[in-house]
Design a binder for this molecule. Structure first.
Ligand SMILES: Cc1cc2nc3c(=O)[nH]c(=O)nc-3n(C[C@H](O)[C@H](O)[C@H](O)COP(=O)(O)OP(=O)(O)OC[C@H]3O[C@@H](n4cnc5c(N)ncnc54)[C@H](O)[C@@H]3O)c2cc1C
Length: 386
């Protein structure tokens, strides 16, 4: 095997390239990324990037020497538009074709679009990439921006709410579900976070169904709820989840079902094609069914697993999924997956500003959630892995 091509230039892709070299692969590695930048970290885009006074520089995933030092060919600004599996080649926009022996799909995800009238108005934002974040930051900082409406109380929605609140804006969060962070955290953690954000001034509307984005001219002016209530807004941010960039795989008839289906070695239904990170759906140490996880930890771990399998080396040790979030000065950290639990234990903490919950299924601890307890993570991770 001489040539590995990786599609996508995010954290999964770069980690895979690095791990392939660490595992001794000495053939050609080519990374094809559609964005016109060096690969950058996404987490700051909804946190420090939105609140800093000066327009911040993107945080690079690796140093500029990474590609040279690891002998990785990197082509930026080239979108791959097709996989030709029988010829073992990919087609880049413009028609150029690149051959592979092994292909890794690390194409990530994109914001789930909302299908509402007014969605394309000026000052309606999604948040996934650097351009989105820069545009949102500029709109939030504009003096005429007073009221911000956020559709979705998931992690991204709450992080934007926190950033806008810290800038002194009037922030309202509208969530169709009955609580915040319902896909990733237990009700106890979501209530803890909601209460503190509400005390800081963020207004929450749960079981709220937004059915129209209101406009004046080409600009957003507010939102309308299904009960007819209207709320004014100068900026609207849509954070209703992400969908995997799996079309290349689907069109090439790889098994896909809400993500590219891969086995425990990240191999797809084509033995020469792997998928990792936000685009991949795999069985995880914390679940018995395939699941798509959108976190940095997962992208890096899956990249290391794929690289080990490609090189015939032992897989890195399994470790439960984890993520962090920064919300109104709170550091939220979750390990494991907050589903399938039947009991939650609140652990004592020294300060009211912190909390720690252990989630159990029967006698087995399956997940932990903490706020403002960063030093607990190593112990909790060990307890969950052991
Ligand atoms: C605003 C924001 C904040 C976040 N905060 C956190 C956090 O605090 N903690 C945490 O754990 N996780 C966080 N995440 C999630 C985390 O960033 C993702 O899980 C991670 O970036 C996934 O990495 P990836 O490499 O799989 O995908 P991506 O980072 O999405 O990279 C995929 C790349 O592939 C490119 N691509 C797609 N299709 C093609 C194609 N056809 N041809 C060429 N290139 C293509 C894309 O343009 C993209 O650059 C956050 C995400 C966002 C958007």
């Amino acid at each position: 095997m001489q040539k590995i091509v990786i599609i996508g230039a995010g954290i999964a892709s770069l980690t895979a390239a690095e791990a392939l070299r660490q595992n001794g692969f000495d053939g050609t590695i080519t990374i094809l990324g559609e964005e016109n930048t060096l690969p950058y970290q996404r987490p700051p885009l909804s946190k420090a990037y939105l609140t800093s006074d000066e327009l911040p520089s993107p945080t690079p995933i690796r140093s500029p020497n990474f590609f040279r030092d690891n002998k990785v060919e990197f082509e930026q600004g080239g979108k791959v538009i097709a996989l030709e599996r029988s010829a073992k080649q990919v087609v880049i926009q413009g028609g150029r074709k690149i051959k592979y022996d092994t292909l890794i799909l690390a194409t990530g995800a994109r914001p789930r679009p909302i299908d509402l009238p007014g969605e394309s108005a000026k000052n309606v934002f999604y948040l996934r990439n650097l351009d989105h974040s820069t545009a949102l930051r500029n709109a939030l900082l504009a003096p005429e921006c007073e009221k911000v409406a956020i559709l979705g109380a998931g992690v991204i929605g709450l992080e934007v709410a926190s950033a806008a609140n810290l800038q002194g804006k009037q922030v309202s969060v509208f969530e169709a579900n009955s609580r915040a962070m319902c896909r990733v955290a237990s009700p106890l953690t979501s209530n803890f976070v909601r209460n503190r954000m509400a005390s800081a001034g963020v207004m929450f509307y749960f079981n709220a169904s937004v059915n129209q984005i209101l406009t004046e001219g080409d600009r957003v002016s507010g939102i309308r709820l299904s009960d007819g209530t209207t709320k004014p807004a100068d900026v609207v941010v849509i954070g209703i989840g992400a969908i995997p960039n799996a079309e290349l795989a689907q069109d090439a008839n790889l098994d896909c079902d809400g993500g590219i289906i891969v086995d425990s070695g990240m191999r797809s239904s084509d033995p020469d094609i792997f998928a990792i990170g936000d685009c991949a759906k795999a069985v995880n140490v914390s679940t018995n069914t395939p699941i798509r996880i959108e976190t940095i930890h997962n992208a890096m771990l899956q990249a290391q697993i794929a690289a080990a399998h490609i090189c015939g080396k032992p897989s890195p040790p399994a470790s439960p999924p984890r993520f962090w979030s920064d919300l109104n000065g709170m550091k939220v950290q979750c390990i494991g997956i907050a589903t399938g639990y039947d009991r939650i234990q609140r652990r004592p903490t020294e300060s009211d500003n912190a909390c720690e919950f252990w989630l159990f299924s029967g006698d087995r601890m399956i997940a932990t959630e903490t706020v403002n307890l960063p030093t607990r993570q190593a112990k909790l991770s060990k307890a969950l892995s052991g």
